[in-house]
Design a binder for this molecule. Structure first.
Ligand SMILES: [Zn+2]
Length: 251
């Protein structure tokens, strides 16, 4: 039964993931509701339902548009697969506990941030403003211990990032600041600091690697949002894994 449900959450994640890809790409351009049907960006051929099956369509069509044979970015199926995996992991770790809602909300927000930040170097305000009230309601129903850890986390996230922006002159942007504030509110100040540590570490290592490999140039900025998202996901899930391990070992 657990296996069946985990598979169910994987498939749910890939379907929502393909929707989040569209939102992440359209929201920064402001045309989220202008065109209702998905189409090929090259030949404008309207996609049929069998061309929109997450991951499967991409594989069957060997990564090309059925109509014009133009290559489709492999970012789409990769993000769909990641979304499926994080949804499955969320269910595997939390089952039908209330934290499952939090995990799915976070993974949904993070997915759209990664897509938007990679494509346009922005974390859309409207995305954060859409999720903020949902997280506030969640933290009223299932507060941190103590409950004001949310407020401290939110404040630390905003002000610490603002200080970093002032001192570093361009390492991070206003979108990163708001995202850290939101993560601080949701996860509390302790996991926020873990997120800081992990995201700057991973960001520095990846940037160094890309520079060394000649993929990017020194002056060219790279989006930091995906590293924040990665750090926060590690902090969020590993916190749970460590608690599980502790309970199973000592109780
Ligand atoms: Zn096409």
């Amino acid at each position: 039964m657990t296996l069946f449900l985990t598979l169910y959450f994987f498939i749910l994640g890939t379907i929502l993931g393909s929707f989040y890809n569209v939102v992440g790409l359209r929201l920064p351009k402001g045309d989220l509701f202008k065109e209702s049907r998905s189409h090929c960006p090259n030949c404008h051929h309207t996609l049929q339902w069998y061309e929109l099956v997450p991951i499967v369509s991409f594989l069957l069509q060997k990564g090309r548009c059925r109509n014009c044979k133009k290559k489709i970015s492999s970012v789409y199926p990769i993000m769909e697969a990641l979304s499926g995996m994080t949804f499955a992991l969320s269910f595997y770790l939390f089952g039908f506990q209330v934290e499952l809602v939090l995990a799915l909300l976070l993974m949904s927000l993070f997915h759209m941030i990664v897509v938007a930040d990679f494509a346009y170097m922005v974390i859309p305000d409207r995305l954060l403003l859409f999720f903020l009230p949902l997280f506030i309601v969640y933290r009223v129903i299932d507060p941190l211990d103590p409950w004001w850890a949310s407020l401290i986390g939110g404040a630390v996230g905003l002000f610490l990032t603002a200080a970093i922006i002032l001192l570093s002159k361009g390492g991070m942007g206003g979108g990163d600041m708001k995202l850290f504030g939101l993560i601080g509110f949701v996860l509390g100040w302790k996991l926020l600091l873990v997120t800081y540590f992990l995201s700057t570490l991973i960001g520095a290592m990846v940037s160094w690697g890309l520079l060394a490999a000649g993929v990017i140039e020194r002056k060219k900025p790279i989006p930091f949002g995906p590293f924040i998202v990665l750090g926060a996901s590690f902090a969020f899930f590993s916190g749970r894994i460590i608690i599980d391990w502790y309970l199973q070992t000592f109780f």
